[in-house]
Design a protein. Sequence first.
Length: 260
Amino acid sequence: MPPTVCRTVVVLAVALVAAAAGGCADDESRGRDAARSTLETLLDRSGTEGDEIAEIAADVVEAARGTGVVMVGVEHEESAGGYGSPIGSVTLGITVPEVVVEQDWQQTRHEQDPGPYCFEVTFHRRGVLDTRGVDCPDGGLVAVPVPPARLPRVAVNAHDAVWSVLEEMPAEPPAPDRVVADVTARLEPHANGVTPLAEVTAAVQDGSVAVATGDGDECVLVARGPDGVVRDVHVPGVYLQPGELGCVAGTAFADLRPPH
């Protein structure tokens, strides 16, 4: 074979190999872009605010139902306390379709590497802090459960416990510390053995007694009047938020008219 022809064959072979390699890279790039787009859409519609990663992870898992996105990892991180400080991360994995058909007049078909692709999403209390691609775990996309909360949560029987203590209370109310002790003794610990119970507070004023436990998201607030009648105290949500009255016993004696 003449030298010129040999050189032409070699150049053509190299070009074909390069083209094939470039095609694979394009397929993988398209697949990863599709996976990231699906993930971002999911995060946009899920609840990505919370005081700890367990709360956010639960919202993400709920939003991911039926989407093909799988939570394959959760990491808790102790927050430094400042705004924007990370509270942990979730690792999400997804497998995308091998072929995508664009709904245009040509019905264009695009091939893409289905993956799977995984992304570690780091959160602060008010949303996503960072998203980066990571290696998927060995063994495929196996879902992990939402971890138990590490911050205090209201006991499952808190309402009944508070009511029973107030209904059984003598006509002369005991000291607030005694009321707190009596209620706390009746609270059932959380079954997971990890989540602590929310603090109980009590207040006595002019023969009335109030007991509260919880926070702005879930608040049990009950009062007993001087006549011995026990009632639930319903508070406009805005008053329960940080910086406002809060979910404490004294809130029962405040002016609880709606602010607007």
